[in-house]
Design a protein around this ligand. Structure first.
Ligand code: ZN
Length: 366
């Protein structure tokens, strides 16, 4: 669990990138990581598939890897997406993966340049990493690792970028505002910045945690007085009466998991066991999902039985053309919709389709 840093534009993306349902990256000794490896994505900035989410999809679905091969991705707007703990042996420089931590800048630097925001974030990231983990003594471009001299990666002069004096922020300084990204919740934002949901709601009176807009700016300044004006903002207040082990019913009005994905109708209105409790959410055991406290009612009220579809491995099903997102949250490309696939695995709310090696929601198949 190393690599979470408190620097500007840093977002904890570890549970936002696609992960293979069973494969995991090997965990190594953190101290054995000595070198930071710098890459470019070889995808042009601004293209649809040119971001950490898409690299993760490709690495999992096409390469069959446990998840995205990098620990960090720096997007053109300077956002630093933390995708994998740095002690993991992720895949980016072959035999050198044991000791190298991968940073990838989105862009094809054979024909374009890193943005000023990317350069600044790279400086901040490398500096903060080396401060927090002094054993990361070396920084190298991908083509400086033996065996990769032929590789046009990362192409840009990263040494010059690192040597430039930008407005290097101290790792302890928080930016004043944060811009909401796709998939963000107050909870994920607070976690990425080592604040609490309470800090954020106090710093943003009137904010509606369930109605965050992409692009919306929120204040990060730690809470001074001012009670939230809107009484519906008490997401951080622990609900009294919810206990681990207790049964809770998922309201039929619930629309999204606490992690942002849509909740399929088939699992609503039923009772589940509370396995873990956080300030604004609970983990329900049977569906292994985080739902908002506002979306459950306590007690063991009997389930409204919507009949689950009978699905089993080997069965052929069609992915509806109305399906928009994988069960893991990413967009489903049109080219794979309205086609038949074989079920490889079944879970309470999702199935793994063999040919596309993807989890889709049960509500999205017929
Ligand atoms: Zn590379």
């Amino acid at each position: 669990m190393a690599g979470l840093l408190n620097i500007p534009k840093f977002v904890d993306f570890r549970n936002k990138v696609m992960r293979h349902p069973t494969l995991k990256f090997p965990v190594l000794n953190l101290k054995g990581k000595t070198t930071i490896a710098i890459h470019h994505s070889l995808t042009k900035q601004g293209l649809g598939g040119s971001n950490a989410e898409s690299y993760a999809l490709y690495h999992v679905q096409t390469n069959g890897w446990p998840s995205i091969g990098y620990s960090y991705v720096i997007e053109p707007d300077g956002t630093i997406k933390f995708c994998n703990d740095i002690e993991l042996r992720t895949y980016h420089v072959g035999n050198h993966n044991n000791y190298a931590v991968g940073i990838c800048l989105t862009g094809d630097f054979r024909s374009e340049n890193p943005t000023a925001a990317q350069k600044e974030s790279l400086r901040n990231l490398v500096q903060a990493l080396q401060k927090a983990y002094p054993h990361l003594k070396y920084v190298k471009g991908h083509n400086e690792f033996s065996g990769y001299e032929w590789k046009a990666c990362p192409v840009f002069d990263y040494k010059k970028v690192l040597a430039e004096k930008g407005t290097v922020s101290k790792p302890t300084t928080l930016p004043n505002t944060y811009t909401i990204q796709q998939g963000d919740t107050l909870w994920s934002v607070s976690k990425g910045l080592k604040l609490t949901v309470d800090d954020l709601t106090k710093a943003n009176p009137g904010i509606k945690p369930t109605q965050l807009q992409i692009g919306q700016k929120i204040n990060l300044g730690t809470a001074k007085v001012e009670k939230p004006k809107n009484p519906t903002v008490n997401t951080s207040k622990p609900e009294t009466g919810i206990k681990v082990g207790q049964k809770a019913t998922l309201k039929s009005t619930a629309s999204k998991y606490a992690t942002g994905e849509n909740i399929p109708v088939s699992i609503k209105g039923k009772a589940y066991t509370v396995q873990q409790i956080k300030s604004d959410r609970v983990l329900l055991k049977e569906i292994y999902s985080w739902v908002r406290k506002a979306d459950i009612t306590g007690g063991t009220s009997s389930a409204v039985a919507t009949k689950p579809k009978k699905l089993k491995a080997g069965q052929r099903v069609k992915l509806k053309s109305s399906a928009s997102k994988y069960a893991t949250g990413q967009n489903i490309p049109t080219s794979i919709k309205n086609k038949n696939y074989t079920i490889q695995q079944v879970k309470s709310d999702r199935v793994l389709l063999k040919e596309i090696y993807s989890w889709v929601k049960i509500s999205d198949i017929q």
